[in-house]
Design a protein around this ligand. Structure first.
Ligand code: TEU
Length: 549
């Protein structure tokens, strides 16, 4: 019995600014995506998560929306969007839009009105407060700036922004705000989109009274205080209302970027289908940062295994991802790029251990090519507000060195360099000047070269996706951990109606012992290197999928 389409299909995340440019202006656009839909179809993906394409001043690359119902000029027109949707649907590819409704751009007409006077009808669309003794209303830090408040001289009050000062938080306590959001969502649904990825949806409700945080002060003495703006009581009220007003009765899906979710509170969001269908948790994405994402530490395989097992046990259906537009390139982060052989093998190993788990896979553009972190060296090469603000806060050489180490390892621009389509000019991304530098390794790592290589990462992703799409046990089966005691091998079985598959992945650069011969796990159906049934160990980064006889 087929499950909901968003369980059966593999998703592909497109960061439109860097996917494919069609008009030579160096910025990816909708017509560029249209020209690459057959490539997506050839991968075997059945749905796309499209990062924001709405009108925006791009203070945060589209996550600062100026008009929710207008296409960003650099990306094209609404007619281009309608054609993209038609072309996707004609290939049986669903389209899920990225929606940012925790905040808007400060250039959105609502905020322009809101800041114009304290009496303006839009004033309470945002969160305005009087200062305290000339200071901010509370001590909250933001994700991107020391304080989460900015002072508006015009009306003599402060406004809240959990992200940059150009991303004022919407006031979800105001029913007019909720009505505006719901009617906008419904108009996009009526246009034919198939669902939404909800940006930082777990922070839309704030604690009554906006109390000071009690944690350790950070830059400027401000305190990052998610205990007062994440998973607040009214969050579930708003999500249930959104479900009733927008999603009920439609064959659609809603996946939340659920910052601060954990295995204890996850089912409060996805357990009864009355709020979100899927959630993105970040335990894996946060595991290699000691105290802060910028303090990169090496991969801890036992910790990764504990996280995988915890989430497979915590909720019935997970999202499965190795990266996104906010994360560094996974093969640089958790794989091994010290040689071509290990680069290839480790990229395939990571994909195998992730995408055959129980849940919906979300592949991030370029991951299927094994794209790596880029060699950023200067501030001028960077584009991301989070990185640039980090550098701006540094007041010593030592701090700058620390920040650059963090940016090179974990900066978001690593995932935002242009797709590498060929070894040709600008990797065939654009005929113009790219908006951000290409990774110079595009001459070696590119789709065209990998199309022709049967052993390429690209062709392995195709085989992996095809295996998942055609195997009920891998689509809908249960998940059980294997070899929990191994410190190197991520292993599990998937079983359904008597069929069972074993997935064994040695996520280390050393040989990993097995408790029995490889052949005892079954017949190999997918491998990143030739299987030896008599082997009693997995070679470095060896991945094997075996069907039990
Ligand atoms: O990200 C939310 C978020 O918390 C990110 O800031 C992430 O934690 C951080 O970048 C990791 O270092 C969403 C979007 O995915 C991100 O691109 C936006 O910048 C952010 O919200 C604000 O809209």
């Amino acid at each position: 019995m087929p499950e909901a389409w968003w369980k059966e299909r593999v998703f592909y995340q497109i960061y439109p600014r860097s996917f494919q440019n069609s008009n030579g202006d160096g910025i990816g656009d909708l017509r560029g995506i249209i020209s690459r839909l057959d490539y997506l179809k050839s991968l075997g993906v059945g749905a796309v998560w499209l990062c924001p394409v709405y009108d925006s001043p791009n203070a945060d690359m589209g996550y600062d929306i100026r008009d929710y119902e207008k296409i960003m000029a650099e990306f094209g027109t609404m007619e281009d969007f309608d054609e993209l949707l038609r072309e996707m649907h004609s290939r049986d590819i669903k389209l899920v839009m990225d929606l940012v409704v925790n905040h808007s751009s400060d250039e959105h007409r609502w905020f322009v009105e809101s800041r114009s006077s304290r009496e303006n009808p839009y004033r309470d669309y945002y969160i305005w407060r009087d200062g305290k003794d000339g200071r901010e209303p509370n001590n909250w830090a933001s994700f991107f700036t020391p304080s989460a408040w900015s002072y508006d001289e015009g009306t003599g009050q402060w406004y809240l922004h959990l992200f940059s000062e150009k991303q004022p938080d919407l006031n979800w306590e105001n029913p007019s705000v909720r009505e505006e959001v719901y009617s906008m969502i419904n108009r996009w649904f009526d246009r034919g989109v198939d669902g939404f990825r909800m940006d930082v949806i777990t922070v839309i409700a704030k604690a009554p009274g906006l109390p000071d945080g009690k944690g350790a002060p950070g830059a400027g003495g401000y305190v990052f205080s998610p205990e007062h703006f994440a998973f607040q009581p009214k969050l579930h009220e708003y999500l249930r209302e959104m479900r009733r007003r927008c999603f009920d009765g439609r064959d659609c899906m809603c996946v939340g970027e659920t910052s601060f979710v954990n295995t204890e509170n996850a089912n409060s969001l996805v357990g009864d289908g009355r709020e979100l269908d899927l959630l993105f948790q970040f335990d894996l994405m946060d595991m290699d940062g000691e105290g802060s994402k910028w303090n990169a530490i090496p991969l801890d395989v036992p910790k990764l295994k504990r996280i995988v097992a915890a989430w497979q046990g915590a909720i019935d259906w997970n999202t499965l991802f190795l990266g996104n537009h906010d994360q560094p390139r996974v093969v640089s982060r958790f794989g091994d790029t010290s040689s071509e052989e290990l680069w290839k093998r480790s990229a395939k190993c990571l994909a195998t251990l992730m995408y055959l788990q129980r849940g919906t896979p979300f592949i991030y553009q370029g991951e299927e090519l094994g794209m790596t972190n880029a060699p950023f060296e200067t501030r001028e090469q960077l584009r991301d507000v989070e990185e640039l603000n980090l550098l701006a806060l540094c007041s010593s050489e030592a701090e700058l060195e620390w920040a650059w180490r963090g940016i090179k390892a974990k900066g978001r621009d690593n995932a935002r360099t242009p797709m590498q389509w060929s070894a040709g000019k600008n990797a065939d991304f654009t005929t113009g000047e790219p908006w951000i530098m290409l990774n110079p390794n595009y001459t070696d790592i590119n789709a065209e070269a990998e199309e022709g290589d049967p052993d390429s990462i690209l062709n392995y992703y195709r085989a992996l996706i095809a295996l998942r799409n055609s195997t009920p046990a891998l689509l809908r089966g249960d998940w059980r951990e294997l070899l929990p005691e191994s410190g190197q091998v991520v292993a599990y079985t998937r079983g359904l109606d008597g069929e069972e598959y074993a997935v064994l992945c040695n996520l280390s650069r050393e040989s990993a012992p097995l408790p029995c011969r490889l052949g005892d796990f079954g017949e190999p159906v997918l491998s990143n290197m030739p299987a030896d049934p008599a082997a009693e160990a997995l070679r470095p980064y060896e991945a094997q999928v075996l069907k039990k006889g």
